[in-house]
Design a protein around this ligand. Sequence first.
Ligand code: HEM
Length: 264
Amino acid sequence: MPVTYSSYLKLDELLSLQQPVSDGPEHDETLFIIIHQVYELWFKELLHELDYLKTLLARQDTPRALGTLKRVLTILKVAVAQIDVLETMTPLEFLSFRERLESGSGFQSFQFRELEFLLGIKNPAALERYPAGSANRRRLERRMAEPTVWDAFLHFLAGAGHPVPRELLTRDVAAPITAAPALQPVLIEIYRRDPMASTLCERFVDLDEGLQEWRYRHVKMVQRTIGGKRGTGGSEGAAYLMTTLNQPAFPDLWAIRTELGHAP
Ligand code: HEM
């Protein structure tokens, strides 16, 4: 059989995957399913690119690392912008099928947790939402045990001759990334004297800010759609999401901004 557009993209399978569960079915459920599926595809692509970024950093390949970061940031912008589409759904339109979601929620998106883990936001409590031994739990456990993109970046900086503290290069990579005051003077020197590495630092800040922007737009969408109702995933809803808003992935890059100035 010759390859066609449809066979290459497996369109028959892809287009059979949007199956509303509400009676009728309710008109807006199709949009709700498609937008979540599109997000999961973008999460898959982001994981693919961020894994590649780690390989490029290990090879000290700065130009390609910058190109990959640009792609990641562009996808993130698209992901944030897509929230506009879902915001065309009114609270009553959502309520018309919400109860059919039962306990289903983006809370359980294992790819979103993988993304967080890969960026260094490693919360062991997130593992507990998946049954021990299940495929998704194992997937997350593997991500938990893996070095983060920040670890890859610190090794890259050390390889470029910057005096990254040894304890950071040998840290337990399953632990979350937390602020490391001993690294901050090193980063300040990089900003002053190494334009390529400092450009990479700025792209990491963009990435961190992009994820926070997604969290902000998501919580605003939640507030306008369900107000103060509890989430289908069992959390307090918007009140819980507000606690995640100011959670930087790369805290040292934010911390240095107060001190940052030209060399004396
Ligand atoms: C009407 C639209 C939406 C509503 C009302 C909504 C509501 C919520 C609520 C209340 C939570 C908190 C957990 C819970 O108890 O359920 C949550 C978490 C989450 N949602 Fe949504 N959501 C919507 C759309 C989306 C979309 C389109 C995505 C894209 C994948 C998404 C991804 C997530 C993720 C990843 C979390 C976990 C966030 C975290 O724990 O930091 N949500 N959502």
